[in-house]
Design a protein around this ligand. Sequence first.
Ligand code: G3P
Length: 214
Amino acid sequence: MKFFLDSANINEIEEIASLGLLDGVTTNPSLVAKENGQKDFNKIIKKICKIVKGPVSAEVISTKYENMIKEAEILSKIDKNVVIKLPMTKDGIKATSYLSKKKIPVNVTLIFSASQALLAAKAGAAYVSPFVGRLDDISSNGINLISDLSEIFLNYGFHTEILVASIRNPIHIIESAKLGADVATLPYSVLIQLFNHPLTDIGIEKFLKDWSNK
Ligand code: G3P
């Protein structure tokens, strides 16, 4: 399973990259807007691409096909690893078909159903981003969607990768991994949670105590 960081925070990205755990990064307008003083979107993406030697998703702001293509063409020139993030709309899918044919990789975001993911895969998306946390938030099981997508993509041999997004806790990651999801994009806080187990802390404490008493 590939680990992407769902962040536009340079310090977080540098820290996780230094652990040797970072396969890529996903950003979105909300994450970029959170980074005070980092108003130049293209500059942030360029900076991130320098740190991460893997796919970096950059989302378009336009909602109309023609403008999406214009934005995508500018973004894709920033670095060879830029993946264009497009919303799951008719215009987004039309732009996905166009860009995919031009070999520009697309991540279709805001996926909440198997039918939406099927459309994105048929349009040639490199990634689909099902939002598991936001589904859980409305009492709909997000992990069930990952299970459906794994089954459907396998049935037809789609090359589209399942990029699990809107992850809120380690259980989302483990359940997605059990289902063979290709990528998990993790908020920094959830990635750090993966390290923790109280028995590990107790074990270290005991080893150190025994050693100092020898
Ligand atoms: O990058 C998109 C997604 O991961 C957003 O997550 O927590 O805002 O639902 P969240």
